[in-house]
Design a protein around this ligand. Structure first.
Ligand code: NAP
Length: 538
């Protein structure tokens, strides 16, 4: 029987101890607020606590994927590789928690299950479950730093319970190391997680089946150790580095040619794409300004990447199956790899087309598709997340008059700036649906949200306001803007998780804001400067 502990009251409750939550806690404590942060994990780190599968690594470069809010922190911390691996990011976030003495206000192993707004007291009551106790706590403000990609998705194949081997999800990987030596393994899913884990499992396993439903566009990372000289060069003028990132569409600076892809000659285009392919990373998507908006321009890059697959994969049939078709490059998240395509040149790796031959069930000994049975010792699900809305809807959130968020979002998420939800006063979402979030360098975007929310709460204190609510009109206008901006890009033309297409029954709505980091920041700042236009303060 779960033990109940007494209720406590805070100025603010934060849910989630990842990049957004830790920074928010630090910032609000600096304002003198009492704050409690809850997280279900037994360590801080958010997504980097859970996604500890072999090969897990960020696809933004280390210096970009780090906080800018404290200059001494960014000067003191030295990243060891161009792209940070999961253990290094987890060390960094633990360092931040220690350095700013955050742990005293963090309650780990505590899952937030409900949040209810009380109209009379203008405050939130949050219900939590710990290992052996349930708890309630209340606060004037509730800040959801729950992450966009934190609710893993396991497809509902029948039979998983009777599988006699071990199975894993990349987003809930065991803490002890998993040894695939001498084992036959199946990996289901070839998005960013699958593409990272597959080469690593291939190196260990006796035989690996890769079950692919959709081939994606994948470009090389060319990860490498970072030299101290490179680190010094950035640290000697970090401010300029940060300013450039802030002024860039993705919140990270990628050089872009000043002509359209279609104005360049075929030779110029190939040279530009080749240079970026050799340099590595997703900067290739920014080669020309019209790649995200003009399908014909986009095709030139898509064809270039397709030609690389044909070069890298020896077997023609496998290469053909790995070649993405039917959607523009960048309309699904571009995947950045290390040794993915050459992995298919191993005799012990076999690519299975589960679009043509779908998975029917998990059996005691493996996976049965319509036509074949694959006997394996272990199955790895790299099947992604219920993105953006999932982490919020997974909590029973009730706003004014007891209206549930599930009801409000039954046709898709509606927010004001991706920060606030009409009918849910004093609640904020960091990098939620309706903000640049997953379409940007999410560390830059969470920092911008944290600063904006902190300045708002300071403003409310100074003026004696107790509640803030987004108006339905402002919210509707923002939803329309989010849709219009996305419709002007190639982003809506793929069955992506940006649109919820990976979750059966999820409303098909393009969720993040595609207008870019600088424009979004400008809009948020204008609204704040205009006395928080679109909000009612009381
Ligand atoms: P994902 O991109 O959604 O990929 C899931 C994969 O599972 C897809 O290949 C999908 O196929 C497949 N799948 C799902 N259900 C299936 C089913 N019933 N049968 C067969 N295949 C199925 O998930 P993810 O790879 O975890 O990545 C999610 C996001 O997390 C990324 O886009 C990225 O934003 C972030 N991430 C980043 C990094 C990094 O920084 N390097 C690493 C990991 C994740 P379909 O395509 O056909 O749906």
């Amino acid at each position: 029987m779960a033990r109940r502990t007494p209720r406590a009251h805070y100025d603010a409750i934060i849910v989630g101890a990842g990049f957004g939550g830790l920074h928010m806690l630090h910032r609000l404590r600096g304002l003198g607020l009492t704050v409690r942060l809850f997280d279900a994990a037994d360590q801080v780190g958010g997504t980097w606590f859970w996604n500890r599968y072999p090969g897990a690594r960020c696809d933004f470069e280390s210096h970009d994927y780090s906080y800018e809010f404290d200059d001494q922190l960014q000067q003191d911390w030295t990243w060891s590789e161009r792209y940070p691996a999961q253990p290094e990011i987890l060390r960094y976030l633990n360092h931040v928690a220690d350095r700013f003495d955050l742990r005293t206000d963090i309650q780990l192993r505590t899952k937030v299950t409900s949040a209810q707004y009380a109209d009379d007291t203008e405050s939130w009551t949050v219900g939590t479950e710990g290992d052996d106790h349930t708890e309630t706590a209340s606060a004037q403000f509730l800040i959801m730093a729950t992450g966009a990609l934190s609710l893993p998705r396991l497809p509902d194949f029948p039979g998983i319970d009777r599988f006699a081997g071990r199975w894993y999800h990349t987003a809930n990987w065991p803490h002890e190391s998993v040894d695939f030596t001498g084992k036959k393994v199946a990996v289901i899913g070839t998005g960013s997680s699958g593409v990272q884990v597959i080469p690593r499992i291939a190196q260990q396993s006796e035989y690996l089946y890769v079950l692919q439903r959709t081939a994606g566009f994948i470009v090389p990372a060319h990860n490498r150790p970072l030299s101290l000289d490179e680190d010094d060069a950035i640290k000697s003028d970090y401010q300029a580095y940060r300013d450039r990132a802030r002024e860039s569409y993705l919140g990270v600076h990628f050089p872009t040619e000043d002509v359209s892809a279609l104005e360049a000659t075929p030779d110029e285009r190939t040279a530009a794409y080749e240079a970026r392919w050799q340099a590595g990373g997703s900067a290739i998507l920014a080669t020309y300004p019209d790649l995200p908006t003009d399908v014909r321009a986009n095709d030139t890059l898509a064809d270039f990447v397709r030609s690389k697959i044909a070069e890298l994969v020896v077997d023609d049939d496998t290469a053909k199956l790995l070649t993405p078709q039917g959607f523009p490059i960048g309309s699904k998240r571009l995947v950045v790899d290390t040794e993915y395509y050459p992995t298919f040149n191993r005799d012990t790796v076999e690519l299975i087309d589960v679009r043509a031959d779908p998975i029917e069930e998990i059996t005691e000994t493996g996976i049965r598709t319509s036509n074949t049975e694959y006997n394996v010792d272990a199955i790895v699900f790299a099947t992604g997340f219920d993105a953006l809305t999932g982490p919020l809807l997974n909590i029973d959130i009730r706003g004014t008059n007891g209206r549930t968020l599930t009801d409000k979002w039954s046709a898709g998420p509606t927010t004001y700036l991706g920060l606030a939800i009409a009918g849910f006063p004093n609640l904020f979402s960091i990098a939620g649906p309706g903000s640049p979030s997953v379409l940007s360098n999410v560390v830059r975007s969470t920092e911008q949200h944290v600063e904006w929310i902190a300045e708002l709460l300071q403003h409310m204190r100074e003026h004696g306001y107790r509640a803030i609510a987004a108006t339905p009109d402002a919210e509707q206008r923002w939803v329309d803007d989010v849709n219009d901006v996305a419709a002007a890009t190639v982003l809506t033309s793929a069955n992506s998780w940006y649109l919820g297409a990976n979750v059966p029954g999820k409303p098909r709505v393009f969720m993040p804001y595609a207008g870019g980091v600088p424009e979004y920041r400008r809009i948020c700042d204008d609204i704040a400067a205009d006395n928080y236009r679109g909000f009612v303060l009381s």
